[in-house]
Design a protein around this ligand. Structure first.
Ligand SMILES: *Cc1c(COP(=O)(O)O)cnc(C)c1O
Length: 473
């Protein structure tokens, strides 16, 4: 078996896949956003492919394209108004290919100094944008917001309990408690579970009218925590909740965290990109007072999946949390006083994740991102306006392009929202989701595609109007 394909076979394969991929990129809008899913059919299709002898490259690739095109929600579609799954940008896409060809190993600085230095530079740039001072910031690329939030919890534990790295939770006398709003992402709970704290260590704080963490309730919870003989560990503020795009009062929370002397983490997985837009960045006021930040570039920066950044203003904490010494890892970095990513993060072997952000910035620049993030926020404003003009009521309040809406007269009718949503999924033209706001199941539409244009909004609103009319007939 020849593992390296012949040059001519590689060329033929690359030509074929490039044509197919480019076709998908150009014509994404022609695909049904969400096809019917039949589990049996998908399993059967996968089982039909022989894994025994290999060799038929064209058929192999064709089967993957068929699988991805027929059995998936097309999140890069301009009328995918779903969760924060972007249409990936071109620089990000080719970065995946480049990183795979060179396959640099970023575990140790000495094996991939260029790649590690690029990531270090990007992290510094973001730390500065978020308002951390240049000499007081550190961070690491992560696979996603989940890993970044888990990193935050581990850092908070090592900050609070100086011997945590050695003694683990057995060294803590009282149960450590994480505070976040009821609207926070459940990766916080997952982080609590995987850090050994357990689900019950997370205290969800009620939210105010605008679905932001209620500061008064937080203060009460902190007092209760001390009375119950538990130990406040950290407060997590969310900048852009997954449900409604709410941004907690970061400045207010930072003061409470400071008064109680506990770690303040901001989960800006989605909303952090607001910092790139001159019209939105003031929404993140107070983020500069945090101890750490989660920011997903694979959401609003539209780079492909698997790209998040954890940033902290504590320059020692990542080392204290993760460092480990081994005989088999290269030692050069020690001499250079450079931090090796493997002793600085959850991951060990490490892909060149940061290339997707770096190349995107080289291609589009901060200016390009300012334009595109502001544009998407503008599309959100337009959609809000169009919905209101058509008798829909907006149920959330945010400057980010996440819109939760209902029909005031019929929203309380359980079947109303459910039936209309089913019809929309059946038509396969747009994809929106459902999210409960103040005990009403609302429709949730998010502009997560940089190509979504005004006519896409019009088509969504008109489909909603038609389905409402049919339902009420
Ligand atoms: C998406 C999201 C997460 C989880 O991030 P992943 O990249 O999916 O792992 C965490 N917090 C918030 C607010 C999110 O929107």
């Amino acid at each position: 078996m020849q593992f390296d394909l012949k040059k001519s076979d590689r060329k033929a394969t690359l030509d074929a896949i490039l044509e197919r991929l480019e076709g998908y990129y150009d014509d994404t809008a022609k695909f049904p956003v969400s096809p019917d899913i039949d589990v049996k059919e998908i399993k059967a299709f996968i089982n039909e492919q022989s894994l025994q002898s290999g060799g038929n490259y064209a058929a192999a690739i064709e089967s993957v394209f068929k699988g991805l095109e027929e059995y998936a929600v097309h999140t890069p579609h301009p009328k995918y108004f779903g969760l924060f799954n972007p249409r990936p940008n071109f620089a990000g896409i080719i970065s995946e290919l480049i990183a795979a060809y060179y396959n640099p190993q970023l575990a140790a600085w000495s094996h991939a100094p260029f790649a590690v230095e690029v990531e270090t530079k990007i992290i510094k740039e973001f730390a500065n944008l978020f308002g951390y001072s240049n000499d007081k910031s550190d961070g690491v690329f992560c696979s996603g917001g989940n890993e970044a939030n888990q990193t935050a919890v581990l850092c908070a534990l090592n900050h609070k309990y100086p011997d945590f790295a050695r003694d683990g939770l057995l060294g803590t006398k009282k149960r450590p408690i994480i505070f976040c709003s009821k609207e926070a992402h459940h990766s916080v709970h997952k982080a609590a579970k995987t850090a050994g704290l357990g689900y019950n260590s997370v205290i969800p704080i009620p939210v105010d009218e605008d679905l932001k963490l209620d500061a008064a309730e937080l203060s009460i919870a902190l007092d209760n925590c001390r009375k119950n003989n538990t130990d406040p560990l950290m407060i997590i503020g969310t900048a852009g909740t997954t449900g409604t795009g709410a941004i907690d009062d970061l400045e207010g929370i930072s003061k409470i965290a400071k008064n109680h002397n506990i770690w303040f983490h901001v989960d800006a997985a989605y909303g952090g990109a607001a910092i790139l837009s001159h019209t939105l960045k003031n929404q993140l006021k107070g983020i500069e007072y945090s101890n750490s930040i989660t920011f997903d570039a694979h959401k609003w920066m539209s780079v492909p999946m698997g790209t998040s950044i954890f940033i902290t203003s504590d320059t020692d904490i990542l080392g204290r949390t993760f460092s480990i010494s081994t005989q088999y890892m290269p030692k050069d970095a020690e001499k250079l006083e450079i931090k090796d990513p493997f002793s600085h993060s959850i991951q060990w072997s490490r892909r060149f994740i940061g290339l997707k952000v770096y190349l995107s910035l080289l291609f589009y620049g901060w200016d390009g991102y300012d334009d595109i993030i502001s544009h998407q926020a503008h599309m959100g404003e337009l959609l809000r306006k169009k919905l209101s003009q058509n008798g829909w009521t907006i149920m959330n309040n945010t400057a980010l392009p996440v819109i939760c809406f209902t029909d005031e007269k019929h929203g309380k009718d359980e079947n109303f929202t459910k039936t209309i949503l089913e019809k929309i999924y059946q038509s396969q033209k747009s994809w929106i989701s459902i999210y409960p706001v103040k005990n009403i199941n609302t429709f949730r539409a998010c502009i997560t595609n940089y190509n979504t244009a005004e006519n896409d909004l019009d088509e969504l609103v008109s489909e909603l109007n038609n389905e409402r009319k049919k339902y009420l007939k």
